[in-house]
Design a protein around this ligand. Structure first.
Ligand code: C2E
Ligand code: MG
Ligand code: MG
Length: 394
């Protein structure tokens, strides 16, 4: 394989030039093609280190092109380029898993220079669906009881949705709801900034209520099968009224509790295992499913799984992100999957950022997955649009 060579397949000369000039400043030798046959011929002759492929070229079928590359044992790092909202994207992503290609990421026009730079460099792969509104501001945000209260009253808290995928057949099985603070001046803010404080002040109860109300309606509007996963803090978990709140919310929007998965971390359950058992059993009796979130992130207590009625185990992204490089991680994941299987507990992995992770997990026997590789958490409108595009492919 030739180091630092990049072949670009793109029918838009401008787009190709932008990629080419960035690559050249990084020392790449670059050639541009607008004809897929010539591109393939050059690939076979040169075996370049990198490829940039426009998946939406007239007369070229993106999936078949990937298949041909795979048949020729393509080892190149591949950057897929496309316009925003390209309907063919899911099929191409899934094909990349099937064919075990090394996809570095998906570049949506118009793209940011630094994203491309990242993909060309040897750093971890990035898939920036930047247009889904995850943009971060660097300005400070004052987070205290007063500002949270104001934000609740102004309806600034909102729920983003990240799809969960069946790694075997590519079906979407559900969405996880993740809180966002849509600040009028600072933009979208992530939960790490405000959840710990809301837990201290007790306002987490109101935030959980927002996720329940918004999320249940959204998932109900999507039909009768998809599940909705939501996070429950330790404090909310101890709140005696939680079960009743969940049950009434399900009744109010005609959502069977079986479609709701409550994600809990070990801290929530470890503090008072006896009390936890009571609450969890009650929730299970009502039909709610229970997921042990962030499994493998700290000193996971396997006995929790044996003693408490969890229905799902969520493999933490710290294990998933090291799956490729660390045989230890692979072993931990493998034995975790075995344990779950013997306990008849479902397994889902989070933090899948690239094809290799998706392939690796599927090979180890993990059935479900979630991560930037498939989609970032998205606002409701974007999530709906994304789901329609994905489903059109299957
Ligand atoms: P979590 O429940 O483990 O959620 C997964 C986190 O991983 C999310 O971060 C998600 O955006 C991120 N993620 C998803 N795919 C990838 C990937 O491929 N790579 C990487 N590096 N990260 C990925 P987010 O949305 O910032 O949430 C962080 C944590 O905040 C959540 O972790 C959860 O513990 C908490 N949280 C979010 N929403 C709520 C909520 O409504 N209630 C409570 N109590 N906690 C929440
Ligand atoms: Mg979670
Ligand atoms: Mg997690």
């Amino acid at each position: 394989m030739r180091a630092s060579t990049l072949l670009i397949l793109d029918d838009d000369g401008n787009d190709a030039e932008i990629i080419a000039s960035e690559a050249q400043t990084q020392g790449f030798e670059v050639r541009i093609f607008d004809d897929a046959n010539l591109f393939m011929a050059a690939f076979l002759a040169e075996r370049p280190s990198h490829l940039a492929i426009d998946i939406l070229m007239p007369g070229v079928h993106g999936v078949s092109l990937l298949q041909t590359l795979a048949q020729h044992q393509c080892q190149s790092s591949i950057i897929l380029t496309s316009g925003i909202g390209t309907a063919a994207l899911p099929a191409v992503q899934l094909a990349a898993i099937q064919y075990q290609l090394n996809i570095r990421g998906i570049l949506h026009y118009p793209f940011h220079q630094h994203i491309l730079r990242n993909m060309l460099s040897d750093q971890a792969s990035v898939d920036l669906h930047a247009h889904t509104g995850n943009g971060l501001s660097t300005q400070p945000l004052i987070v205290d009881a007063r500002t949270i209260d104001e934000a609740i009253r102004n309806h600034e808290f909102t729920v983003f949705y990240q799809p969960q995928i069946d790694l075997v057949n590519g079906n979407v099985i559900g969405f996880e709801g993740l809180l966002r603070w849509n600040h009028p001046l600072l933009g979208i803010k992530l939960p790490d900034l405000f959840i710990p404080i809301a837990e201290k002040t007790g306002q987490i109860t109101q935030l959980t209520q927002i996720v329940i109300e918004t999320g249940f309606h959204f998932i109900r509007s999507l039909g009768t099968t998809l599940s909705f996963s939501m996070n429950i803090s330790a404090n909310s978990f101890r709140d005696q009224s939680l079960t009743n709140v969940l049950v009434s919310a399900c009744q109010a929007c005609d959502l069977p509790p079986e479609r709701v998965i409550l994600e809990l971390t070990e801290t929530a359950t470890l503090e008072d295992p006896e009390q936890a058992k009571k609450i969890l059993s009650r929730l299970r009796t009502e039909g709610f499913k229970l997921s042990l979130d962030d499994f493998g992130n700290n000193n996971a207590s396997m006995t929790l799984l044996a003693n408490l009625p969890f229905t799902e185990l969520k493999i933490d992204k710290s294990l998933v992100s090291t799956l490729e490089a660390s045989s230890k991680s692979r072993k931990v994941i493998a034995s975790t999957l075995k344990l779950a299987e013997s306990l008849k507990i479902e397994t889902i992995a989070e933090g899948i950022e690239n094809t290799l992770a998706a392939i690796g997990l599927r090979e180890l026997g993990c059935r479900y997955g979630q991560g930037y590789y498939f989609a970032r958490p998205m606002d409701q409108g974007t999530a709906l649009h994304w789901l329609q595009g994905w489903n059109r492919q299957f």
